[in-house]
Design a protein around this ligand. Sequence first.
Ligand code: NDP
Length: 453
Amino acid sequence: MSDYVKSFMEELVAKNPAQPEFHQAVEEVVESLSLVLDRHPEYRANKILERMVEPERVIMFRVPWVNDNGEVQVNRGFRIEMNSAIGPYKGGLRFHPSVNLGILKFLAFEQVFKNSLTTLPMGGGKGGSDFDPKGKSDNEVMRFCQSFMSELFRHIGPNTDVPAGDIGVGGREIGFMFGQYKKLRNEFTGVLTGKGLNWGGSLIRPEATGYGSVYFASEMLATKGETLEGKTCLVSGSGNVAQYTVEKILDLGGKVVTLSDSSGYIYDEEGIDREKLAFVMDLKNVRRGRIKEYVEKYPNAVYTPVDPEKDYNPLWDHKADCAFPSATQNEINGKDAQNLLNNGVFAVSEGANMPTNLDGVNIFLDNKILYAPGKAANAGGVAVSGLEMSQNSIRYNWTREEVDKKLHNIMKAIHNTCKTTAETYGTPGNYVNGANIGGFLKVANSMMDQGIV
Ligand code: NDP
């Protein structure tokens, strides 16, 4: 760690105590950016990085609601408006009991770089609540979403801040929040993305993050003359990102052998084919069940529950070629990264945000495998959200083929930016540096143009 990174991080940690995920996300970026800051002293003089780690605005609020038993519940709501140098704040809402200020600040910080990489005009933000949708009735989820939006609506708008989904926030939750926003504002605008197709949504938005992560992996493989055809892949998660990651891997001739949720994972040596994927989609999106039920339906597969005593995740300890972590942050530690390498994995594309901790990242980089950090590999979701905003503005819907083609081209462009930027800064093949520096430059230059604000 250079002296600059060390003193920057010391100050950040002292100023933002008890936010380990935020520290981790910033440290990874600052390590890469020291290469740029040495070449461009003007960024340092203008304290661009010091400004970028300070959110432009943080909104934190009470979300009271009443459950089906008539009991009053109180959750906490957040919106982090991180950076608006290149466009309105844009980023998802996460509903999960683990949500806190530090986690949302890490996500908002990553989002700024990711959105910049998409080539679309979007600033960065993130929000959510410690509300847990699991086990709640549709009516409870609706009452919570309405209460959440009854405060959030005054801070967002189609030209100010445009939230989307994330963990625990899918089409159902976006619908309830959009309905409440429309009622309070008395206007029909594209204030949220991930909307239903009948009321302003874009085709391919549900598929975008998973498809995009697989498109990115294909671009990386192509640099080695490889494709996904015949490759065995490990996928974690079983939500939105994981499901469409599996679908696109199947389209491209690969084989997927794992899926997980927060209770455990399944290993299906025969491969998760389209019929099995349809079962998982129904299980997770309609019946809202647990991945464990997969082995009841397909008894040749093996279910392994999470063991908190283990210092590694056995999902990453199977023979494979490629890995697509698509559940949550820090699901791959140093030991998991080493297990992946020992099992023959040579390409990792992060559908989730920051699924690999810093030890794991360093192991991937030291071993020079094809490793795509989330802010590049999973940018397809927000990219199609950006395309949803464009379609809302022109009041027109593009076809499935048009949106998919634009998504594919955006993922190719992001890959190209990461690859060439890494080369320009003397670290060829290092997609972490490529993504961090590529994302940073556009935002930094815009901030320089706009003065000290
Ligand atoms: P979903 O809520 O649809 O699915 C999340 C999946 O991850 C579920 O299978 C969930 O299991 C599992 N999971 C959540 N928390 C944990 C945990 N602490 N430990 C183990 N498993 C966990 O979310 P998404 O698929 O939308 O999001 C997945 C990841 O992708 C997140 O990191 C998100 O930030 C990122 N992402 C999502 C985008 C999008 O467009 N949706 C865009 C870019 C990134 P369970 O059901 O048990 O909770």
